[in-house]
Write a new protein. Structure first.
Length: 347
C-alpha cells in the first residue's frame, strides 16, 4: 500500500510500504477514507521534533473496518469508524478515568513501529478501546465525513482546552491561536455557553471562520499589544477563561497576560520553541489556574458526536485544502507556508 513517510526536515514522501496485518487478536485493519495534516505534524516537517528517516506520519483518520481480530467484539468488517489520535486499551485505570492518553498500553499513530494515518490503511491496536462507530450512511456523505474527521483530534482538542479553561454558560473567553485547534476552541466555547469570545488572530480568512464559529470580537495584535487590546475590550480586566492553542513562549505569555485574576488557562498547544513563557510568581499572585495538555479525545467523542451528526456544530470549514494521497507533500508545504489552514486528504 501507499503511505506517507518522513525522511528528513521538509522531506515528506508517499511510497510503497507493507500492507498492515492483524498482529494481535484485539487488532483491526482499517481502510482509510479521510485523513488530514495536523499543525503538530509541522514540527516534524520543520525539524523541530525528531523523527527517524522513513518513519510514518499522520494521526487523524477515519475509515472502514476491513479485517477484525478474533477478540474484537465491538466492530465488524464494513463498519465505519473514527480513530482518536492515540490508541488505548479501554480497560486500564487511566482509561476508566477518561485520561486515555496516559494508557500504559496506548500509543500515537506514526510513532516508531506503528502505522500513520496518512496512508491507505492502518492497523489499529485495541480496537474495542480505541475506535468509535459512526453511522454507515455517513460514508456516502462527503461533507459529513469531513466534519466527522475533526473528531479524531482538533475538535476534541479544542473542547479539552475549553474544559481546562473552565468555560461555562455566560463566560468571557479569549482564544490565543487562529489555527484549526484555536478555531475549534472558539466553537467549543460557544457550545459550552460562553457569552463573549475574543479570538486573537491576524489572518482574515481564519478570523472570519472564528466569527462563524461564535467569536464576538477579533484582536489582530500580538504580544504586549494584544494584551493591551484584550484588556481594553474587557474594561481593563482579562478574560475569565483563556484558551492557549499555539504552544510557543510568546503565546503562553500572552495567555497569562490576558487572563483575569482568578481565571484559568486551558492549554493544548504542543510546546515548542524556547522556554515555557510561564512566570509562576505572576500566576501565583493573581490566582491563575493552568490546566490542559494532550487531549483525551477518545473520551470526548461520544459527547461531541451527536452534535456533529445533527449539524448543531460543523467543524468542516477548518479544512480549506483537499489533496489526494500523492499530493500530501504539497499539502505540507501549503500548511508550512500558511497558504492552507488544514489539509484534508482523500486516499
Amino acid at each position: 500500500m501507499r503511505a506517507t513517510v518522513i525522511h528528513a526536515p521538509h522531506d515528506i514522501r508517499v511510497q510503497e510500504v507493507p500492507d498492515p496485518v492483524i498482529q494481535q487478536p484485539t487488532d483491526v485493519v482499517l481502510r482509510v477514507l479521510r485523513a488530514c495534516i495536523c499543525g503538530s505534524d509541522l514540527w516534524a516537517y520543520r525539524g523541530e521534533s525528531a523523527r527517524q528517516p522513513g518513519q510514518r506520519i499522520g494521526h487523524e483518520f477515519l475509515g472502514i473496518v476491513e479485517e477484525a481480530g478474533s477478540e474484537v467484539n465491538g466492530f465488524a468488517v464494513g463498519d465505519l469508524v473514527v480513530a482518536p489520535f492515540v490508541w488505548s486499551d479501554g480497560t486500564c485505570a487511566y482509561c476508566a478515568e477518561g485520561l486515555t492518553t496516559s494508557c500504559p498500553q496506548g500509543g500515537f499513530w506514526g510513532s516508531v513501529g506503528s502505522d500513520g494515518g496518512q496512508g491507505e490503511a492502518v492497523r489499529v491496536p485495541f480496537a474495542d478501546g480505541t475506535l468509535v462507530k459512526l453511522p454507515a450512511a455517513a460514508a456516502s456523505d462527503d461533507h459529513l465525513l469531513t466534519a466527522l474527521l475533526a473528531l479524531s483530534d482538533v475538535l476534541g482538542t479544542g473542547h479539552h482546552a475549553a474544559v481546562g479553561a473552565g468555560v461555562k454558560r455566560g463566560s468571557t473567553v479569549a482564544v490565543v491561536g487562529d489555527g484549526a485547534v484555536g478555531l475549534c476552541g472558539v466553537m467549543a466555547a460557544k457550545r459550552l455557553g460562553a457569552e463573549r469570545i475574543i479570538a486573537l488572530g491576524r489572518h482574515r480568512v481564519r478570523t472570519d471562520i472564528a466569527r462563524d464559529f461564535g467569536a464576538t470580537d477579533v484582536v489582530a495584535e500580538r504580544g504586549d499589544a494584544a494584551v493591551e487590546a484584550v484588556r481594553e475590550l474587557l474594561g481593563g480586566e482579562g478574560a475569565q477563561a483563556v484558551i492557549e492553542a499555539v504552544g510557543t513562549e510568546q503565546s503562553m505569555r500572552t495567555a497569562v497576560g490576558i487572563t483575569r485574576d482568578g481565571g484559568s488557562i486551558g492549554y493544548v498547544g504542543v510546546p515548542h520553541g524556547s522556554g515555557t513563557g510561564l512566570d509562576l510568581g505572576i500566576m501565583f499572585d493573581r490566582n491563575i489556574a493552568l490546566r490542559g495538555g494532550v487531549a483525551p479525545v477518545r473520551t470526548y467523542i461520544p459527547e461531541l458526536l451527536p452534535d456533529v451528526l445533527s449539524g448543531t456544530i460543523d467543524p468542516s470549514p477548518v479544512f480549506d485544502l483537499t489533496v489526494g494521497l500523492d499530493e500530501v507533500p504539497a499539502g505540507y508545504k501549503a500548511m508550512d507556508e500558511r497558504t492552507a489552514l488544514k489539509v484534508l486528504i482523500k486516499p
